[in-house]
Design a protein around this ligand. Structure first.
Ligand SMILES: *[C@@H]1O[C@H](CO)[C@@H](O)[C@H](O)[C@H]1NC(C)=O
Ligand SMILES: *[C@@H]1O[C@H](CO)[C@@H](O)[C@H](O)[C@H]1NC(C)=O
Ligand SMILES: *[C@@H]1O[C@H](CO)[C@@H](O)[C@H](O)[C@H]1NC(C)=O
Length: 230
């Protein structure tokens, strides 16, 4: 495989419940080892931005000293459109049904860290709803379980255009085109080890040794749990 020239601006616009927590743990270790600037936003609930906020954020990102890796739960930002140099994008997704299941239970019961995340995530949720059987939720068409939820992943690749959030062919086609044009790699969580290996080959200055780190005893345990939780 050909090793690409060294990109020094990387954005990982991580999709929730697709193993990103594991990847961020890995990135912290890698940033120290390979001396790149890791900026991990702690805003988890704002994926779409006004035009002004987009420009503000893109300026901030492009001002991080290179080499950098910026990561946040945010729909694709079109730097080119605002005449700012487009960074290399990477992402990891997973089977949408698995993602849906993971999210359903995470919202109710938190994750393996036992931080009682559910109290933070869904403090207003009543017992009835928290213990709602997922089959009932789906079969009886509760809003939380109705179809468009599975569309959630698309705008991360389609972008900030309002039509990107309307489930349909337009958004899907634009997302696919954009993946080809602007994403160096979009991995599948179900094949995480292969994804890490590819990252190691494609972005060696960031990811050399990532597979070893991932497989090291302490981390593997976290990773296993995280795989199901986040
Ligand atoms: C996001 O979370 C922050 C704090 O956790 C909260 O103040 C804010 O209202 C939330 N924003 C949205 C759009 O939900
Ligand atoms: C950009 O950086 C400035 C200064 O650090 C900060 O006040 C602002 O909130 C940032 N904007 C975004 C969208 O991150
Ligand atoms: C980004 O903006 C450029 C210039 O306006 C445009 O040609 C391109 O289609 C846009 N890409 C996406 C994915 O929005």
């Amino acid at each position: 495989m050909q090793v690409l020239p060294f990109p020094s601006q990387v954005v990982y616009n991580r999709v929730g419940k697709c193993g990103s927590r594991t990847v961020v743990i890995l990135l912290r270790l890698l940033a120290e080892r390979h001396q790149f600037n890791l900026v991990s936003s702690d805003i988890h609930n704002k994926t779409r931005l006004t035009k002004h906020e987009q420009v503000d954020l893109m300026r901030n990102i492009s001002n991080i000293p290179q080499p950098f890796l910026y990561t946040r739960h945010v729909h694709f930002l079109n730097f080119t459109r605002f005449r700012i140099e487009q960074p290399v994008y990477i992402n990891i997704i997973r089977d949408p049904i698995n993602r849906f299941l993971s999210n359903y239970f995470f919202r109710r019961f938190g994750d393996w860290r036992g931080e009682q995340n559910h109290l933070i995530r869904t403090p207003g949720m009543k017992g009835d709803e928290r213990y709602l059987d997922i089959n009932v939720c789906i079969l009886e068409n509760y809003p939380e379980c109705s179809n468009p939820r599975l569309f959630y992943i698309i705008p991360y690749f389609c972008g900030q255009h309002p039509q990107c959030r309307e489930p349909g062919v337009w958004a899907l086609e634009r997302a696919k085109q954009n993946v080809l044009e602007n994403f160096l790699i979009v991995g599948i969580l179900e094949e995480l080890e292969d994804v890490l290996l590819l990252l190691e080959r494609l972005l060696p200055h960031y990811f050399t040794d990532v597979l070893n780190i991932y497989k090291s005893p302490g981390l593997q345990e976290d990773g296993e749990h995280d795989w199901h939780g986040a």
